[in-house]
Ligand binder design. Structure first.
Ligand SMILES: *Cc1c(COP(=O)(O)O)cnc(C)c1O
Length: 397
C-alpha cells in the first residue's frame, strides 16, 4: 500500500490552506529547494559551460523523459522532455499528419483544451493543404471516426468537466479506420494509471506542472510509439533534434529515436526541479492513487450536494469515467470561487460557470475535502460570494 502520510510530508503547503488546485499547478516539493540550490551552486556555479558534459545536462531531457515514461506506460527511449505542452501538441500533430498524408480531417472535441485546438488551427493554416479541424461534442467522437480522419487528437481528461475518454477503445477505433492518434495527458499523468503502450497510442504529450508538481512553466513531454520513431518527421527541426548537433551541418537530418523530438536548448534549471519532484513517486502505486482519488472525489460530491443544493454537478458520478477533479456549475461561479480563495480554500474557475477542484492523494486527504465542503456551504448559505470584491476578474482565473 502506498503510504500517503509519507508523501504528504514531501510538499510545502502553507498552514491552514486547503489546496485543491494541484490539477492546475502542483505544490512545491520541498526537496526541490535544496536540489536547485545545489544545481545552481555546484553545477552552473562551478562548472559553467562544462556542466553540459560534467553534470549530464545534455542527457537530462531523455533521462527525465524515461522517468515520466514509467508513469504513463511508455517503454524506455520513447519519451522526451522539452518546451511547453502547446509546442509538443504542434510537434505531435504535425508528425502524425505527415504519417497519414492522404486524409484531410483532424478530429477533436469541444472538451479539448483551447490551446490544443488553437495549435491545430495554426498548423493547418501553415500547411495549406486543405486540412480541416473538426470539433464534435465529447460523446460524439466515437461515431465521428471514419475513413476521412487523418488524426484523432484528444485530451484524455476534460479540463472543465473531468470526463475521461476511453483511450484504448478510441485508439482501436481510430486505427481500424486508418487514423493515427495524438493523446494529451495533461490531466492524466500523475492523476490516474495511463498505459500509452497498451492503448496503442501513436503520440502522447503532457505537461508536468499539474499533477507532476514540476513548478510553474515546467517543461512538457512527448511520447512517440516505437513504430514511428524512425519515420516521424520533426516539424520543429531544431539543432538538438539533429542527428549530429555538434557537426554543425547546414542541412537538417533528424536524430535517431526520440531525440529527434528535441528542439533547442533544454531548460536545465526547470528540469532539475522536475527531477526532484518526480522523486515523490518512488514507492507510489498509481492504482492506489486512483483508488484514493476516486474516494476523495466521491466524498466531495456527496458532501457538496448534501450541503449546497444550488450548485449543479458538472462531473460524472461514476468514478471510473472521470479524472481526478470535480466541477460544479453556478451562474456566480467566479465570485463563489473568489470567496473560497479568500477563506484559504484554493480551487479555480473555468468560464463560463464552472468551479473546479482537483484531488491529489499525494497530499490531500478526507480532512481537506470536508473542510472545503464546509467552507463552500457557508459561502452559499450566507451568500458570502455576493460582494463587489469577488466580482473583479483577475487575468488568471
Ligand atoms: C494545461 C494544458 C495545456 C497548457 O499548455 P501550455 O503550453 O503548457 O501552456 C494545454 N493543453 C491541455 C489539455 C492542458 O490541460
Amino acid at each position: 500500500m502506498t503510504d500517503f502520510a509519507r508523501t504528504r510530508k514531501l510538499f510545502e503547503i502553507p498552514d491552514g490552506m486547503i489546496y485543491l488546485d494541484g490539477n492546475s499547478l502542483g505544490p512545491l516539493p520541498i526537496a526541490a529547494k535544496a536540489r536547485v540550490a545545489d544545481m545552481l551552486a555546484n553545477e552552473w556555479g562551478k562548472h559553467l559551460i562544462k556542466g553540459w558534459n560534467l553534470s549530464g545536462w545534455i542527457h537530462q531531457s531523455r533521462r527525465i523523459g524515461d522517468r515520466i515514461g514509467r508513469l504513463i506506460g511508455a517503454p524506455e527511449g520513447t519519451t522526451i522532455m522539452g518546451d511547453t505542452l502547446s509546442i509538443k501538441v504542434y510537434q505531435a500533430l504535425a508528425a502524425a499528419l505527415d504519417l497519414n498524408p492522404g486524409r484531410k480531417i483532424v478530429l477533436s472535441d469541444s472538451g479539448n483544451f483551447p490551446s490544443d485546438l488553437y495549435m491545430a488551427q495554426g498548423l493547418i493554416g501553415s500547411l495549406g493543404r486543405g486540412l480541416e479541424l473538426k470539433v464534435v461534442e465529447p460523446d460524439a467522437v466515437e461515431d465521428a471516426i471514419d475513413d476521412g480522419v487523418a488524426v484523432l487528437m484528444l485530451t484524455e481528461v476534460d479540463y472543465r468537466t473531468g470526463r475521461l475518454h476511453d483511450m484504448k477503445a478510441l485508439t482501436a477505433k481510430a486505427h481500424a479506420a486508418g487514423a493515427l492518434t495524438v493523446w494529451d495527458l495533461a490531466h492524466s499523468a500523475g492523476a490516474l494509471p495511463v498505459d500509452v503502450l497498451g492503448a496503442g497510442a501513436d503520440f502522447a504529450v503532457g505537461c508536468t506542472y499539474k499533477y507532476l508538481n514540476g513548478g510553474p512553466g515546467a517543461p512538457a513531454f512527448i511520447y512517440v510509439a516505437s513504430r514511428h520513431l524512425e519515420t516521424a518527421r520533426p516539424a520543429l527541426s531544431g539543432w538538438l533534434g539533429h542527428e549530429a548537433p555538434f557537426a554543425f551541418d547546414l542541412d537538417y537530418r533528424a536524430g535517431t529515436g526520440i531525440d529527434r523530438m528535441r528542439v533547442g536548448t533544454p531548460p536545465v534549471i526547470a528540469l532539475s526541479v522536475l527531477d526532484a519532484a518526480l522523486d515523490a513517486w518512488d514507492g507510489v502505486s498509481m492504482d492506489d492513487v486512483r483508488a484514493a482519488s476516486i474516494g476523495l472525489c466521491d466524498l466531495f460530491i456527496r458532501e457538496v450536494e448534501g450541503r449546497c443544493p444550488e450548485l449543479t454537478l458538472a462531473t460524472t458520478r461514476h468514478g471510473h469515467a472521470r479524472g481526478s477533479q470535480v466541477s460544479f456549475r453556478h451562474p456566480q461561479g467566479y465570485a463563489i470561487m473568489q470567496a473560497l480563495i479568500a477563506r484559504n480554500v484554493i480551487g479555480d474557475f473555468r468560464a463560463p460557470d464552472a468551479i473546479r477542484f482537483g484531488f491529489t492523494p499525494l497530499y490531500i486527504g478526507e480532512e481537506e475535502v470536508l473542510g472545503a465542503a464546509r467552507a463552500l456551504e457557508r459561502i452559499m448559505k450566507e451568500r458570502l460570494w455576493d460582494a463587489a470584491e469577488y466580482q473583479r476578474k483577475a487575468l488568471v482565473t
